[in-house]
Write a protein that binds this ligand. Structure first.
Ligand SMILES: [Zn+2]
Length: 76
């Protein structure tokens, strides 16, 4: 059986990371929150059976998110 990787958002700070499906929790690198890997409680933005794809998707999403944040800070 192939593993499934989930890219999701931390419900507390919104930072992105990935975890293997079946994992119960994953600690957020940013706010150290122990994120429950439960589709009902977190926002899963990407699903793949390849770890490489999960990492690529994560980087792309982070880049997008980074651009958004940059745009927001310009308002101040
Ligand atoms: Zn977080």
């Amino acid at each position: 059986m192939k593993d499934l990787y989930l890219v999701f958002m931390c419900p507390r700070c919104g930072s992105l990371r990935y975890a293997k499906e079946g994992q119960k929790t994953a600690r957020c690198f940013k706010c150290k929150y122990q994120v429950p890997i439960n589709p009902r409680r977190i926002k899963i933005v990407y699903k793949t059976d390849s770890r490489e794809q999960a990492i690529i998707a994560l980087q792309k999403l982070k880049m997008k998110q980074g651009m958004k944040e940059e745009g927001q800070t310009k308002l101040f």
